[in-house]
Ligand binder design. Structure first.
Ligand code: ZN
Length: 280
């Protein structure tokens, strides 16, 4: 299933995508695409519905594909070729940092370049949405706790991230730095999360191209690993790192986003995001 949330910011309703790509309202069946509605029982109930019997809706806006996200955990340097372009070594264990949940926005919402920013950058990433509580989970059972997957643009202000003392959260958390969606694609609908091609364009120029096949630490490892440091709960999101091609690594000089720039990014089977940059 491809599930989504649609409507104005803060008032999104849950929906699912029908076979023709239309949006069907499922708000009579789940209150929101959030919390317990992401568990296997609730998803199984949704899967039994015949989309043709659900109200068809038109939406002016697609919202973030998960509501009430409790934790937004990102993995740093999880592609060896991206670590190289960043001038950093592949870490012996996953590097983790937090993105403030207030950064979350819809997949096609405008991206605000923060005041004082000279180095706002892009990162296409595979997002993992937790469906059931995970604590001390072995890697072999880790995927049982995953509700599904989505596209994430882990927008990053490199100077805030790297030159303003301390760790990375500062450069990752501005408003609109976390577009998620368009869809939450349920785990059963993704044959192999470690074989997904991904890309990101800026103003029509291909900047990032990669595949989740080259992740250093695959999804099952990341879910298990994180669950030994913190309890993962339904609706938590893990952004699993970015392939090469970020603006910071461009030669001969870095390329950063400016107002008016447009991004398009996608992951095979998970949909496409399109964003315009504006001054924050
Ligand atoms: Zn990232």
């Amino acid at each position: 299933m491809k599930l989504l949330r649609y409507g104005p910011p803060g008032q999104e309703k849950p929906g699912l995508l029908d076979a023709a790509g239309g949006i069907r309202d499922v708000s009579a069946h789940i209150p929101d695409l959030a919390g317990d509605a992401l568990g296997p029982d609730a998803l199984a109930q949704l899967a039994k519905l015949d989309p043709e019997t659900l109200p068809r809706v038109t939406a002016d806006r697609i919202g973030p594909c998960v509501g009430r996200v409790g934790k937004f955990i990102c993995i740093g340097l999880n592609y060896s070729d991206h670590a190289a372009e960043s001038g950093m070594d592949v870490p012996p264990e996953p590097v983790i940092f937090a993105k403030a949940t207030s950064a979350i926005c819809g997949p096609d919402d405008d991206i605000e370049i923060p005041r004082g920013s000279n180095a706002t950058d892009w990162e296409v990433e595979l997002g993992v949405v937790i469906g059931t509580t995970a604590k001390y989970v072995p890697e072999a059972q880790a995927m049982d706790h995953v509700a599904g997957f989505c596209v994430i643009n882990d927008i990053s202000e490199r100077d805030f991230q790297n030159k303003r003392s301390g760790q990375w959260t500062k450069g990752k958390s501005a408003d609109t730095f976390g577009p998620i969606g368009p869809w939450l694609v349920t785990r059963d609908a993704v044959a192999d999360p470690q074989a997904l091609t991904m890309y990101l364009d800026v103003n029509g120029t291909r900047m990032q191209e990669g595949t989740t096949a080259t992740m250093v630490y695959p999804v099952a490892h990341l879910v298990s690993y994180l669950s030994h440091f913190m309890r993962l709960e339904p609706g938590d999101i893990i952004s699993t790192g970015t392939p090469p091609g970020v603006g910071m690594g461009k030669k001969p000089a870095p390329i950063y986003l400016k107002p008016g720039d447009r991004m398009e990014l996608g992951i095979a089977g998970l949909g496409v995001q399109r964003q315009r940059c504006v001054q924050g």
